[in-house]
Design a protein around this ligand. Sequence first.
Ligand code: PMV
Length: 330
Amino acid sequence: MFQKASVSSFTAIAHPNIAFIKYWGNRDDALRLPANGSISMNLAELTTQTSVSLDPDLQRDKLVLNGQPEQGAALTRVSTFLELVRNAAGSRSFALVESRNDFPTGAGIASSASAFAALALAASAAYGLELSEKDLSRLARRGSGSACRSVPDGFTEWQAGTSDQDSFATSIAPADHWQLMDVITVIHSGEKKAGSTEGHHLAATSPVQAARVADAPRRLDDCRQAIFAKDFERLAFVIEQDSNLLHAIMMTSHPALYYWRGATMEVINSVRGWREQGIPCAFTIDAGPNVHVVCPADTAERVENQLREIPGVESVLVSGVGGAARLLVD
Ligand code: PMV
């Protein structure tokens, strides 16, 4: 009788994040070293849960996403990432990766950040690597740049660095530092035309990118100070300016990328109008048409209700500030 070798399995949870100062463009595509530093907040109410099980009987890696077996590009990306972990651990065992998002996939919320943060943690544990938070963040970065910011707690900053060694994210304030909310306004939940990997490649073709990158230290400092001082007005200005700079790059790349829809502009105008009336809220937009409306917790319900009234808004999700990626212990 053959006894099946025991399967070692580890499960991790991570939150996606919304960038206040955006990452767009790499100085090194293979290592995902960014052109500029970035700052984000983790989203507590949204989670990715990922289990990695090493099985000596597997002939290749397997990926199951939201209950569906995946082949092709998604599996290749995960397998390439696992190869980094295997090389570091000196292992040749393949793994079954089972991952589940508790937020609607395709709702325009970047799931690659929480996906690779959770995968980095579960895989490093399964392969027996004991990584510091810094090394875990460096590892997550290799799967998806913004994933490095989903590793530490709360409000996090990714220092661009100059090499694989010094490009990672740290927490600049814990999740309970400031009760901010992200009111995620879904305008279109379909697949986007151009993903962020393609966008990072195109960034350097925009004549505006050099100016955006050169000015990034000022915006990062402004955003960091606004978070430290819980100064919403200061935060609002810098996150909207940074988001507009990101979309200026996209619209002036070659070929150009346009992510906005009509309702995106409606939401922007509404947010600006509400702020003029004294309601603290500010918008920021990633690589898609959906608008993240950031506001203090006590304003979120009012903002959410008003956003739901705007024609073209499909749905609204609300999240506070989330914690660090963590392993689930049985
Ligand atoms: O981590 P990526 O390669 O999916 O890039 C993320 C890009 C943005 O979401 C637009 C900005 C950011 O910093 O999260």
